[in-house]
Design a protein around this ligand. Structure first.
Ligand code: UGA
Length: 450
């Protein structure tokens, strides 16, 4: 099918590339001149495993094209995806300006082209309930073209977005027209493994499904994070509890890992938006508010623990920060717990030496010369009074810990992601503070250098 994707940001580019990969002829439309130039040069502007190769392959074959000309791109298309950002406002409200502008441009272009057949407009962006119905109502006035609207929320995780797209747990389509559902069924046919995973519903249900999914996942994390407080007080181990409750098929094992809080461009934004759209109907959601409060507290609790357990005044202490990205396998730092922790420690007067395999440049834009940027975790830890581990990069669990302990001023590690091995910490003489797990506190082993 001939498909256009408006917006070649994270969601748009993954969508465009994967649709080309399953056999469609796709035109990606990008307004940002620099990004467009990069795309037309065959460069992938974001770091996402597997995306660059797939993009280059289909760009080279011609099944994926990029343009800045919306009218040219919409000529003869059957399906148009809107994949522009819907960023959060300060009060959690969703900023709809990009989406409104993009849908207007699509309508204007289609009105000029006046296609002879039905065009399906697919809203991929995460939007508040009621948005698709509003867009559909506006389009009804469009006399020159026949356009139907569907909502198709995305469930892509950064780091595994290509796989999530090509092997989806479910595809959700919201709309009113059986014809639109049939077109979307045909579009996604190559990746629909079981009919029951292709779910059709009304617009509002599809829109709220997206928020409900992210809020449910964030709730599981916040619940486990709150449990770490009890674990630390009663001497329980959150990892044992995670495994034990995760085997209950009614609970399941996913998204139960406790840590120093969730981040990213999705959970914080969508949970805040859900609180906001509840407020808009006069309902203050106790539950959704609690998810956010627990997350904020958990980031702070981690930072405070460093100050409390450091064994020396934080002012003037050197802390190595391992990991800046909001999770492993990405350079994305949006809402990363590392931002809050760094800010807190800087306010307390600590010297920070930070490192990350991918996200250092992005974090440098925020903290500039307030932090010392170090190429690798071993160098960052040398001479430090403690390490604060904030991202679950797998390579951090296999570092040369004996060497690291020997070069630190005091061998203390605060593991905000529970990703180091307790036995390795003990064998190498570390004082070790995980989240919600028994700490290894052996002050006798502390080597206090002059
Ligand atoms: C999330 C959802 O998982 C996707 O399904 C959704 O499509 C996407 O948001 C979106 O709305 O676009 P993403 O933000 O890429 O994806 O990252 P996740 O893997 O969900 O992780 C989010 C945060 O939760 C990270 O900070 C991660 O470290 C944290 N997390 C995750 C935990 O603290 N514990 C866990 O058990 C899992």
């Amino acid at each position: 099918m001939d498909v256009a994707v408006v917006g070649c940001g994270y969601v748009g580019l993954v969508t465009a590339t994967c649709l080309a990969a399953i056999g469609h002829s796709v035109r990606g439309i990008e307004k940002d001149a620099r990004k467009l130039a990069a795309l037309q040069d065959g460069q992938c502007p974001i770091f996402e495993p597997g995306l660059a190769d797939l993009m280059r392959e289909h760009y080279a074959s011609g099944s994926l094209q990029f343009t800045g000309q919306i009218k040219e791109a919409l000529r003869d298309v059957e399906v148009v995806f809107l994949a522009v950002g819907t960023p959060p406002g300060p009060d959690g409200a969703v900023d709809m300006s990009y989406l409104n502008a993009a849908s207007q441009e699509v309508c204007d272009a289609l009105a000029e082209l006046s296609p002879q057949y039905m065009v399906t407009l697919v809203v991929k962006s995460t939007v508040p309930a009621g948005t698709n119905r509003r867009i559909a109502a506006c389009l009804r006035d469009l006399k020159q073209a026949c356009v139907q609207v569907v909502s198709n929320p995305e469930f892509l995780r950064e780091g595994s977005a290509v796989q999530d797209f090509l092997e989806p747990d479910r595809i959700v389509i919201g709309g009113e027209s059986p014809e639109a559902f049939r077109i979307m069924r045909r579009l996604y046919d190559p990746i629909i493994k079981r009919e029951e995973n292709f779910l059709t519903m009304n617009w509002e249900s599809a829109e709220l499904t997206k928020y409900a999914a992210n809020a449910m996942l964030a709730a599981r994390i916040s619940f486990m994070n709150e449990m770490t407080i009890l674990c630390e007080s009663y001497g329980a181990d959150i990892e044992d509890i995670r495994k034990a409750i995760g085997t209950d098929f009614r609970i399941g094992p996913a998204f139960l890992r406790a840590g120093c809080g969730y981040g990213g461009s999705c959970f914080p934004k969508d949970v805040a938006a859900l609180a906001h759209i509840s407020r808009a109907i006069g309902y203050e959601s106790l539950f959704v508010n609690a998810i956010q409060t627990v997350n904020r507290n958990q980031k702070l609790r981690f930072a405070r623990k460093i100050v409390e357990k450091l064994g020396r005044p934080i002012e003037g202490a050197t802390i190595a920060i391992w990991g800046l990205a909001f999770k492993a396998d990405t350079d994305d730092i949006r809402e990363s717990p590392a931002i809050d922790v760094i800010r807190y420690l800087l306010e307390k007067g600590a010297h920070l030496r930070a490192t990350d395999p991918k996200a250092m440049e992005n974090m440098r834009q925020i903290f500039r010369d307030q932090v010392q940027w170090v190429a690798d975790p071993v160098s960052a830890a040398a001479g430090a009074d403690a390490v604060a581990l904030l991202t679950d990069w797998p390579q951090y669990s296999t570092l040369p810990f004996r060497k690291i302990a020997a070069t630190m001023n005091q061998p203390i590690i605060f593991d905000g992601r529970n990703c180091l091995h307790r036995d390795v910490m003990r064998e190498n003489g570390f004082v070790y503070y995980p989240m919600g797990r028994p700490a290894l506190e052996s002050p006798l082993r502390l080597r206090q250098k002059a």
